[in-house]
Design a protein. Structure first.
Length: 263
């Protein structure tokens, strides 16, 4: 089974690219982030015409996540146990959706950005990741054999090699010690990074800012990951980052990450 994750930065703006990507790489399941639309605005019909079922949650023009699958889409769940909210009044955002695709639970997630190291949104981000790690630990304690992959835009570069210049990012989000510790806590809850072994760095990225010619200068970040339970980690046969999808007019600022599992 071939699964993938992609922050598309607006599904309606990049629908044709996404459909073509699914066909070109023969993808069975795609976790999508930043759909930037409400449920009633999501373009279901083109996916269904291509043979994919769709599960989506979107509340407004921000965030939004989806799972599209041609190998089954069952037991759809929105959010995770204990997921915190944001805003005044506090509300839960459209950041997580999951579904069982065949025997694997695919979780599409979009971790809060944090905005700046001293912004209240950073506290929200750290709390969000802490509660996610608790949820993962509880689920794997209840069922150590669960097959699950948490795929998406984590908004954390866990290693120095995951950014084009560690010096440039000093004092910025995505690389701060608390964020990296929060990401590691999710791994320590029982997951492993399923892609790094097959896409080793340095200089391997999944995101390039639109400004300052970051992409042609190869000045990117690796912030999109697939973290899997032990039962799934044993099935991984390969992975790659489709850097070509960051090229050309109308590209997302993220590239898809693709993962192959044995049947």
């Amino acid at each position: 089974m071939r699964i993938a994750t992609w922050n598309v930065n607006s599904i309606r703006a990049r629908l044709d690219r996404v459909i073509a990507f699914l066909d070109r790489h023969d993808v069975d399941v795609l976790a999508i982030q930043e759909t930037k639309c409400r449920d009633d605005q999501f373009p279901h019909l083109p996916f269904e015409a291509a043979g994919y079922d769709v599960a989506h949650v979107g509340l407004n023009q921000w965030n939004g996540v989806a799972v599209v699958s041609r190998v089954g889409l069952e037991d759809v769940q929105v959010g995770f146990d204990g997921m915190p909210g944001w805003g005044d009044p506090v509300d839960v955002e459209a950041r997580v959706i999951s579904a069982r695709c065949r025997e694997v639970r695919i979780v599409s997630l979009y971790v809060p950005n944090g905005r700046s190291v001293d912004d209240p949104h950073m506290l929200y981000k750290l709390d969000w990741l802490a509660r996610l790690s608790e949820s993962v630990r509880e689920r794997l304690t209840a069922d150590p054999h669960e097959q699950a992959v948490l795929m998406g835009d984590w908004n954390v570069a866990p290693l120095d090699e995951d950014v084009w210049s560690p010096e440039f990012f000093i004092g910025h989000t995505h690389v701060s010690p608390p964020e990296r510790a929060a990401f590691q806590a999710v791994l320590d809850a029982g997951l492993s990074d399923l892609t790094r072994e097959h896409t080793p760095g340095p200089g391997v990225y999944t995101y390039w800012d639109y400004t300052r010619l970051r992409f042609p200068k190869r000045q990117g970040m690796r912030i999109d990951f697939a973290l899997g339970s032990p039962a799934v980690a044993a099935r991984v046969t390969g992975a790659f980052i489709d850097r070509e999808e960051r090229k050309g007019k109308g590209a997302s600022d993220h590239a898809p990450v693709v993962l192959d599992l044995t049947d």
